[in-house]
Design a binder for this molecule. Structure first.
Ligand SMILES: Cc1ncc(COP(=O)(O)O)c(C=O)c1O
Length: 401
């Protein structure tokens, strides 16, 4: 039995793509009268970021589609040199195959149904699957029949040290000892052995990669196996108002030197699969002030935690940098006070978790522009209360910190 691929990714149905290229988001704010929040997409930022990974990471670079599955984004990434896409679902696989024909797919969701595995194998020719249990490997083995040329990426984890904003260790990953057994088991059944880890999303400590790479060496040693590939995950940071890591070059240097000291002259082929760090800087979000309530410090905007700012509710550290626009002018933010910022729905939970410092004279129709929102928020946005529609425009240059 195979699962029918869906025809469209959900996030595409909530974006109204507008034609033309604006010089910058200030011009968009001045010219575009729109009831919806507006996403400003800067293709140059996206391709520059992809090129930075491709040119400087000491191995192959895949893109984690979940961070932003917008078709314009995927097409541009493919054009910029990304040839492999990490997908979490059949719907993402279908989107990638349609928009970036000829690209390679890694199905790195460690838990998949038999129907999903069968569709990935037969319909999409996927030859890389992640797993963190014997049960999942055996499910894959029995579903696809032949293992020839197929890679199983064993996902392992180390105890969390709190250096990332989203910690994945509670959900996925075998411990070191289990991972060695899983490697042996998959080799025994004819799969090519790959190890993978994810240090947590928005991980600001490059040493996390060093610790995981050292563990990968121990896991392979215990299994007496030479790894064909080592996938060092996503997790590389973007820039937020309360969370910024060092430059990417620092991460790459830690990775390069740890791989060399752990694996010596026989290193596995290295891979990474960033999502956030590539997609986030390429978008800013223009939200419009609907009301400043005179008798309080409350302010209402036309997007919120059920829309493009959803991640801020999950992790307040991911509050983007922001600025205020009045037409195409940046409003002076010297005299500010703290406002509680509510989203457009009737739900009292639809409020930013921290107050924002905003100009004292902020008023209806002013625009709060949030920078670096290209990852996750927009991909997870809902249509709760009938909101969630966004317009997307292209800009030659965008607001970033
Ligand atoms: C398997 C896998 N790879 C890569 C990523 C991308 O992570 P990030 O966006 O932090 O780079 C994720 C995120 O959930 C993931 O689950």
């Amino acid at each position: 039995m195979t699962t029918e691929p869906s025809t469209k990714h959900r996030s595409e149905t909530v974006r109204l793509h507008r034609q033309g290229i604006f010089p910058n988001s200030r011009k968009v704010a001045a010219d575009l009268i729109d009831e919806n929040p507006v996403l400003c997409f800067c293709p140059t930022k996206l391709s520059d970021r992809a090129r930075l990974f491709i040119d400087s990471f000491p191995g192959q670079v895949a893109y984690a589609v979940k961070a932003n599955p917008d078709e314009t984004v995927l097409r541009l990434l493919a054009k910029s040199g990304i040839a492999t896409f990490d997908v979490a679902s059949i719907a993402e696989m279908e989107t990638v195959t349609r928009t970036c024909p000829g690209s390679k797919i890694h199905y790195h969701n460690p838990v998949k149904s038999r129907g999903e595995i069968a569709t990935a194998w037969h319909t999409f020719g996927c030859r890389r699957y992640a797993a963190d249990s014997i049960e999942e490997i055996s499910k894959i083995r029995h579903t696809i029949g032949s293992t020839a040329g197929t890679e199983i990426a064993i996902r392992f984890r180390l105890p969390s040290r709190g250096s990332s904003v989203h910690d994945f260790t509670s959900k996925f990953g075998a411990d070191e000892y289990q991972a060695s057994e899983l490697i042996s088991y998959s080799v025994l059944h004819g799969f090519k052995p790959v190890l993978t880890f994810h240090p947590g999303s928005q991980c600001t400590d490059p040493h996390a990669w060093k610790r995981h790479i050292e563990a990968a060496g121990r896991i392979a040693g215990r299994a007496q196996t030479r790894l064909t590939r080592l996938n060092v995950g996503g997790g590389f940071p973007a820039r937020y108002s309360a969370s910024c890591g060092p430059a990417l070059s620092t991460y790459f240097e830690h990775i390069r030197s740890s791989v060399s000291s752990v694996f010596g002259d026989h290193p596995p082929i290295l891979e990474c699969e960033p999502g956030r760090s590539i997609a986030a800087p390429a978008f800013s979000l223009l939200t419009t002030v609907k009301l400043v309530r005179g008798w309080s410090d409350d302010l209402f905007i036309n997007d919120g935690i059920y829309g493009g700012l959803l991640e801020v509710a999950q992790a307040p550290d991911l509050l983007p940098f922001y600025r205020i626009l009045r037409k195409d002018r940046i409003v002076d933010s010297k005299k500010c006070r703290a406002f509680t910022v509510y989203g457009p729905t009737c739900d009292p939970l639809d409020v930013l978790p921290t107050k924002l410092d905003l100009p004292v004279d902020i008023q209806e129709s002013d625009i709060i522009e949030f920078a670096g929102v290209g990852a996750y928020g927009t991909a997870m946005a809902t249509r709760f209360n009938g909101y969630g529609l966004v317009s997307q425009v292209t800009v030659a240059d965008s607001f970033s910190e």
